[in-house]
Design a protein around this ligand. Structure first.
Ligand SMILES: Cc1ncc(COP(=O)(O)O)c(C=O)c1O
Length: 411
């Protein structure tokens, strides 16, 4: 018989061999993350690895709203939304988010991950889910929880999606599920084609707007607003941990679907509700997001500056059109070296290794905030160039020409 802890022992042995200098995870930060700089091991680093795209997590108005809710309601609701965990504040955020997203109803959930898991409540063995291969892990898990059939189409490959829709028999319901902006690549889904195919094949469409709600579209309503196809999208999910400077998630759509989800989704029913301070922070962030579109503009401006600056010296940044800027960084070990040299040079980015990135194509994921200054961006480009040249990722002289990126910005 094998010991269930055996795998942990094997992992510990593997971990013990890793050079701590190039181990990029669980680095503890000793300061607030004000969107641009942090303190790690007594050093000041440029934070270029946070998802606080609009720089709202340390905005004084957001902190003040959270502090007032903390003083009024305490630290926790100590119970599920269904039972004792619903505050008037949750209901206020739900109606504000439904209005903002142009949906008839919304439910606030404790994390973005749990919000995606709630999709499982709509699925059964007869359902077929068609999902982009680069979808977030929480959507993959939702499909597994729902026990439905899972057909994964090649990333953003509409011919493949069409083929799967045409060739998959189903007696039950069909659902196409996709990230709006992809969390690792910073590219966006081909939503106009997806909704067209959904109509042709009687499928519902769910979009996880974790990285696009708050950023894309004229009013920040996400990728569906960006493409002008909001009415053809059935459900919108977003997290509150990125553009809303908080924690939590929102599931928005037709009132009957939201009411069903809040009574049946296990990740909602069997979990304590979002703490009051986080609800109030998200509400305050929503107000700022709507009244200060210049934040969205700035987030895209710095992203464009960085993306083109990196391309100009020869880096491959893929198809990113958002403040998530991935830099292809070769093998696992090459990526870790790249990461550790940037870290030593004072730049905090994220190393994304397989299986989170495709095998052989590890990625340095750089994420920006509306609060980064031009000087921050110049420094990031400068350090990436120096390290990239030293490690042979890019040539020692810039290429003669490069293709400039145009961001998916509508403001
Ligand atoms: C696309 C996507 N969906 C959902 C989530 C989960 O959100 P949260 O971390 O707020 O729980 C993430 C988190 O990174 C994400 O990138």
């Amino acid at each position: 018989m094998t010991d269930i802890f055996g795998r942990c022992r094997a992992w510990s042995a593997y971990r013990a061999q890793l050079d701590p200098a190039i181990y990029p995870y669980f680095r503890s930060i000793a300061s607030r993350q004000d969107g641009t700089e942090v303190e790690v091991d007594g050093r000041r680093l440029i934070m270029a690895g946070s998802n606080d795209y609009l720089g709202l997590s340390c905005d004084p108005r957001v902190i003040d709203a959270a502090a007032r809710a903390l003083a009024r309601f305490g630290t926790s609701c100590s119970g599920s939304r269904l039972l004792n965990g619903t505050l008037t504040l949750h209901e206020e955020l739900e109606s504000e988010m439904a209005r903002f997203l142009g949906r008839s109803a919304a439910v606030v959930v404790t994390t973005g991950f749990q919000t995606n898991l709630a999709v499982a409540a709509l699925l059964d063995r007869d359902s077929v889910v068609f999902a982009d291969r680069h979808n977030h892990a929480s959507l993959v898990d939702a499909v597994q929880l729902g026990a439905s059939k899972h057909r994964r189409y090649r990333h953003n490959d509409m011919a493949h999606l069409r083929h799967l829709l045409e060739t998959t028999e189903s007696a039950g319901s069909r659902l196409i599920i996709t990230d709006g902006a992809f969390s690792m690549g910073g590219d966006i889904c081909d939503l106009p084609q997806i909704v067209k195919l959904a109509q042709m094949h009687s499928a519902r469409v769910v979009v996880d707007g974790a990285h696009d709600v708050g950023l894309l579209g004229e009013r920040g309503r996400g990728v569906a607003e960006h493409f002008g196809v909001e009415e053809q999208v059935d459900l919108v999910i977003t997290t509150l941990s990125k553009c809303f400077g908080s924690l939590g998630g929102v599931f928005a759509g037709p009132a009957e679907v939201i009411d069903y989800a809040r009574h049946h989704a296990r990740s909602i029913v069997f979990a304590a509700s979002l703490p009051p301070a986080n609800v109030a922070a998200a509400l305050a962030a929503l107000r700022i997001l709507e009244s200060e579109p210049e934040r969205r503009r700035r987030a895209f401006q710095v992203a464009e500056q960085l993306n083109n600056g990196l391309r100009a010296v020869g880096f491959n940044t893929g198809d990113s059109v958002t403040p998530v800027v991935p830099v292809r960084a070769g093998s696992k070990l090459e990526c870790l070296r790249f990461w550790s040299e940037l870290f030593a040079a004072g730049i905090f980015v994220n190393a994304v290794l397989p299986p989170a990135a495709p095998e052989g194509t590890a990625v340095i994921r750089i994420t920006l905030s509306a609060l980064h200054t031009d000087q921050h961006i110049d420094r990031i480009i400068e350090e990436c160039t120096a390290v990239g040249r030293r490690l042979g990722f890019i040539p020692s002289t810039p290429p003669i020409s490069f293709e400039r990126v145009k961001m998916a910005c509508s403001v």
